[in-house]
Design a protein around this ligand. Structure first.
Ligand code: ATP
Length: 397
């Protein structure tokens, strides 16, 4: 559709960036980026109409996002910029170099390829295909990291995601940009966004290990050098989250969990003041700052509590993120095992009687009602655990 429309409108349209890289790599990618040599917004409007989707336009940047109904798929449409700067009313000055200029502004050769929708040619001015063959991450010019230091994190992310290597010259440039402390000049929020992308990758532990290896964690906090214990915890968290579908944990903030682990040796008040966290929701910041110490306390208290209903009372005071942190900290301890069981099944067990019914039966109003409900829950858990048909599931997670 897009290609037909480009030809009908007689304008040059290119597929660019990550999707081209992933096409060459034969990897799935859900996001399409188009660059239009000319008026991207009217192309976007017409494409959205044809595909039966909606478009959200950002006039200021001359871009739009098309969202297709019932689909995760999204299409970004941008205009290549030299046309954009033309004075109003002038004919678009579409020089064939404009796509080249657009691609030259990008981060790495593998992300700087395009496919023309008019001719279906692959456009590769900077050796992206060769770098994919050689499994290399390469910047396009020597000032790239200085121009935009977030690319330091992006280099690590693409390297680790595809098991590539940052090129020899590129790694030198990366190290010198790191040593110039340029990262301190970008907004904390942008740094966090880059980290969040890494935390949400398939194998975040690899990404974290490389950040330590390149001594980049210090840009988050100067006291963060390589730490084996932290890496162990990050790996355990990754393993734990692999089973998160069984544990019904879709809503937990994975990024906050990994960030909490990385910052576990830093004092809570220092964490709360970190620039990278300033734009996060308060709840996430608190998990990052206090999650690990709360997890430690929870494990300690669970260890001292004998009765199941009292353990349930302790656990219910905490967010799921704290429970997950306690599981990785607790490792093989009985309390960690209890927390896994809690997430897997206990938390979905509710007594048939409700609090108001217990009160009607004469249980005094106040904490006794809650305690009685927990005792009933503990009773059901104990009873079901002894049912022979449940035994097999016991080691499910
Ligand atoms: P992902 O698969 O993670 O979405 P992506 O390559 O699509 O990867 P985006 O962050 O969506 O990543 O960026 C889209 C494209 O925009 C990139 O392929 C790259 O060409 C360009 N780009 C993004 N961020 C930068 C940056 N900081 N500097 C230069 N170019 C960038």
């Amino acid at each position: 559709e897009a290609s037909q429309l480009a030809n009908e409108m007689d304008i040059q349209v290119y597929l660019v960036g990550g999707i081209v890289r992933d096409l060459v790599l034969r990897v799935k990618n859900q996001d399409m980026d188009f660059v239009v040599a000319g008026d991207g917004i009217s192309f976007g409007n017409r494409l959205a109409e044809r595909l039966g989707g909606r478009i959200r336009v950002h006039e200021r940047f001359n871009t739009g996002v098309i969202i297709l109904p019932g689909d995760d798929f999204r299409i970004d449409v941008a205009s290549s910029r030299n046309e954009y700067y033309d004075h109003p009313g002038a004919l678009p000055n579409v020089s064939p170099g404009s796509i080249k200029r657009d691609l030259y502004r990008r981060d790495f050769s593998i992300n700087a390829m395009a496919v023309s929708l008019n001719t279906f040619e692959l456009i590769d001015y900077f050796g992206g295909v060769q770098d994919i063959r050689d499994k290399k991450i390469r910047v396009l010019h020597n000032l790239s990291f200085i121009e935009d230091p977030t690319r330091i994190f992006r280099a690590v992310r693409f390297e680790q995601r595809y098991s590539f290597q940052i090129g020899e010259q590129t790694i030198k440039l990366l190290r010198s940009a790191r040593d110039l402390d340029l990262i301190q000049h970008i907004s904390g929020h942008r740094i966090y966004e880059e980290l969040r992308h890494m935390f949400l990758e398939q194998e975040p532990a690899k990404h974290m290990a490389r950040l330590f290896e390149l001594d980049l964690m210090r840009s988050i906090h100067p006291a963060l050098g390589y730490d084996q214990k932290t890496m162990k915890l990050v790996e355990s968290m990754e393993d734990l989250l692999v089973v998160s579908d069984f544990l019904r944990l879709e809503d937990v903030r994975r990024d906050a969990l990994y960030c909490a682990l990385i910052l576990r040796t830093i004092k809570a008040e220092q964490i709360m003041a970190l620039p990278i966290l300033q734009e996060l929701p308060q709840r996430d910041r608190e998990i990052i700052a206090f999650g690990c110490s709360k997890a430690g306390m929870l494990l300690h208290e669970l260890g001292r509590t004998g009765k199941l209903w009292q353990k349930l009372r302790l656990v219910k005071r905490h967010e799921e993120e704290v429970l997950l942190l306690a599981i990785v900290y607790g490792n093989q301890q009985a309390s960690a095992h209890f927390l896994r069981e809690y997430l897997r099944s206990y938390r979905t067990i509710h007594p048939i009687l409700r609090g108001d019914e217990l009160m009607a039966l004469g249980v005094p109003r106040g904490h006794q009602v809650g305690d009685a409900l927990l005792m009933l829950t503990a009773y059901i858990i104990g009873r079901d655990a002894n049912r022979p048909d449940r035994r097999e599931e016991e080691n499910f997670v």
